[in-house]
Design a protein around this ligand. Structure first.
Ligand code: UDP
Length: 194
């Protein structure tokens, strides 16, 4: 139940099953888990950048975030169930974190956007613990940013650094974390901030 397109192996699942059956059990078990909701842009970038490709292939699970990927799978006669959209997964996980009082770390976007996005999370998901936040304009190999994020011991680490920075950052630093579900969320903080 997976389909490989351009060396990227997609799990064949639905949005709801992905959140309920893959991510939520790892969250409750405090198991480190790196998820990629790969859109066509991500897949194309892996073709031209081998370091980026490795950072995506390191994910524990990859799901298709885009009609183009579903179409490619269909043409290969190995259809995928449905699109699993990164922004929707993030909202579902925030709702789950709200229900269970889990903590979240918010890494990325401009300082003012990051601040507004976190304020919006607090307003919409009041039971979520804010483990910390950090804007996204720093050197990728800055050890302090990663150490601070790891020290926060968050259940969920949302990484909004855009492509290719977010997957490179997660792949580079995830070993410093004892737990946490990691997810690159692209421009989602900008959407949340409104
Ligand atoms: N971003 C960041 N640091 C950077 C570059 C981008 O935090 O060095 C943030 C940017 O502010 C935005 C998010 O990453 O909130 C997504 O950026 P963009 O839309 O350029 O990336 P894409 O959606 O193409 O992945």
């Amino acid at each position: 139940d997976s389909v490989t397109i351009m060396d990227i192996t997609f799990r064949n699942t639905t949005q709801q099953a992905f959140v309920n059956d893959y991510v939520e059990p790892r969250l409750l078990a405090e198991q480190p888990y790196y998820i990629v909701t790969a859109n066509p842009e991500i897949v194309m970038k892996t073709r031209s950048d081998s370091r980026y490709k490795q950072s995506v292939q390191q994910a524990d699970v990859i799901v298709p975030d885009g009609a183009g990927i579903l179409l490619a799978a269909k043409i290969m006669k190995q259809p995928l169930e449905e699109r699993v959209a990164g922004f929707d997964v993030m909202l579902d996980l925030l709702a789950f974190a709200d229900q269970h009082g889990l903590s979240c770390y918010f890494l990325g976007a401009e300082e003012a956007v990051n601040e507004r996005a976190v304020a919006e999370v607090k307003r919409r998901f009041p039971n979520v613990a804010i483990a910390g936040r950090q804007h996204g304009f720093f050197q990728l190999d800055d050890p302090e940013v990663a150490e601070n994020a790891a020290a926060a011991q968050a259940d969920l680490i949302f990484v909004a650094l855009g492509l290719p920075r977010q997957e490179l950052w997660i792949a580079e630093h995830r070993d410093k974390f004892t737990k946490g579900v990691f997810m690159g969320v692209g421009g989602s903080f900008d959407v949340l901030a409104g």
